[in-house]
Design a protein around this ligand. Structure first.
Ligand code: XMP
Length: 486
């Protein structure tokens, strides 16, 4: 695609959306125009399905930021259950990222292939350690050849303080209730109900352990019908790669652990180095879904699409903890960046995540009308129960920590852990934000605004919303008028 056609595509897309070419506007500068339609209530809007790649769908257009105060396995599990996606951040060492991915893959999983096991000769202390490491409340005991010896659950050792005890003395020994690989889901449910068991080990015809069916997993599948699951029924999860490390090895290991989407995330993805990395990853891992960011111009979209990116992440400095725009003078208003990048992404058949600056349902709605396929959220999720880090009280309020990935505080921690050599110009802030309860309620609030906005526009799904949604520039007087005054 020639520069000239980029300019033409950009101009016609902005015009279609009711946006000017100059000046570059952002969320608060515009309002979405209402349409007459036959949608009588927002409860008519049930479908918020979107996609991040040709063959990768989400049930809500929301992903959580790959930041150390936002997404680890717990947040990723919560997001996938609700229909979105969490990206495990790149600041964990690779081994820990793999473990986090595996934790998501094991959660809510009715059928666990290759369950975590421990040798029947181990001590109770070692058993507890492994269970803690994998966040599981029971574990199967096997021998070197994968023959089942027994099972131990946390209930079995509640009152046992002596960690040097052989686990065999505490476990429930064989014969356990087991089933062959050929058992159907319904038969497994009946068997578990009949014997009042939580876990059903699945064995092959030689008697070797191959899988585990979990009652909790079956119930979770029923509890979260909007969850996004992979082909094996496991929750989906994204994982970030480190550009400065051996990203090929990281990609290989994270995919093997079950990551559904890889994210190559750097402050400036429009560099030849990132282009090379994208090509290398997509040549070796053809089927891997790769999101690349961040960028804010259509030329960068073309550059990354040609390199092989499935999805681009748009946003240079609009985030709540960002200082990039202030420090460098670079970074375009986010609504303009989304619209101009999407104009090219849609032409080239790739997808777009709008990253940063989502403060409420209005920003989410405007990002989607501008053409983003999903938004990435940091600060709104950092205050929730599911984000990493402690909740603390100061005065009458509960708080959590939130920090930019390029903040001084984060860089100093990375130097301590050996993942960074020297402090670079800090382009992020760190601070505290109010505790916000469960991420479920934050997402429901955002989606309430979105569904209402879709009903005003007259759209039953996000494709219709994008096609029918148009903006009108508003003045400062208009902005003031739109604010509550009581
Ligand atoms: P929100 O507004 O949701 O934005 O908190 C989250 C996004 O902010 C970006 N981010 C940074 N940008 N300096 C920056 O300029 C930083 O230190 C920084 N840390 C995070 C990132 O894209 C994230 O998803």
């Amino acid at each position: 695609m020639k520069n000239k056609s980029i300019a033409a595509l950009m101009r016609s897309y902005l015009k279609l959306k009711g946006l000017p070419l100059r000046p570059a506007l952002s969320f608060d500068d515009v309002q979405i125009i209402n349409n007459i339609s036959d949608i009588n209530s927002r409860s008519d809007i049930k479908n918020l399905r979107t996609r991040l790649a040709r063959n990768f769908f989400l049930n809500i257009p929301i992903v959580s930021a790959n930041m150390d105060t936002v997404t680890d396995a717990r947040m990723a599990i919560a997001l996938a259950r609700l229909g979105g996606l969490g990206f495990i951040h790149q600041f964990f060492p690779l081994e820990e990222r793999i473990r986090q991915v595996m934790e998501v893959k094991r959660a809510d999983n009715a059928l666990i292939e290759r369950p975590v096991c421990i040798g029947h000769w181990e001590t109770l202390g070692k058993t507890k350690e492994v269970m803690k490491k994998y966040g599981i409340s029971s574990i199967l005991l096997t021998d070197d050849h994968n023959y089942l010896y027994g099972i131990i659950t946390s209930r079995d050792y509640r009152f046992k303080d002596d960690d040097s005890l052989p686990v065999e003395k505490v476990m429930t020994k064989m014969p356990l209730i087991t089933a062959y690989v050929t058992i159907s889901r319904k038969e497994a449910e009946n068997l578990m109900e009949k014997h009042k068991i939580e876990k059903l080990p699945i064995i092959d015809h030689d008697g070797r352990l191959v899988a585990l069916i979990s009652a909790k997993g079956i119930l979770k599948e029923k509890e979260f019908p909007n969850a996004v699951r992979d082909k094996k029924g496991r929750l989906v999860v994204g994982a970030a790669l480190r550009l400065n490390a051996d990203y090929m090895k990281e990609a290989e290991k994270l995919l093997a652990a079950g990551a559904d989407v890889l994210l190559l995330d750097t402050a400036r993805a429009g560099s030849t180095r990132v282009g090379e990395a994208v090509k290398n990853i997509k040549v070796k891992f053809k089927d891997a879904i790769l999101v690349v960011g961040n960028i804010d111009t259509p030329e960068e979209v073309e550059f990354l699409a040609e390199a092989g990116a499935d999805c681009v992440k748009i946003g240079i400095g609009p985030g709540a903890a960002c200082k990039t725009q202030e420090e460098t003078g670079v970074g375009l208003p986010q609504l303009y960046a989304i619209a101009t990048c999407v104009a090219i992404a849609k032409e080239l058949g790739i997808y777009a995540i709008a990253d940063g600056g989502i403060r409420n349902g209005a920003c989410l709605s405007k990002a989607l009308v501008a053409g983003a396929d999903a938004v990435m959220i940091g600060s709104l999720f950092a205050g929730t129960e599911e984000s990493p880090g402690i909740t603390f009280r100061k005065g009458n309020q509960l708080w959590k920590h939130y920090r930019g990935s390029a903040s001084l505080e984060h860089q100093l921690d990375r130097i301590k852990s050996g993942s960074l050599d020297e402090v670079r110009n800090p382009e992020g802030e760190s601070g505290v934000i109010p505790y916000a309860g469960s991420v479920h309620s934050v997402i429901e609030g955002l989606l309430g605004g979105l569904r209402s906005s879709m009903s005003y526009v007259g759209a039953r799904d996000l494709e219709e919303y994008w096609k029918s949604g148009k903006f009108m520039w508003r003045t400062n007087a208009g902005k003031e008028e739109g604010k509550p005054r009581i």
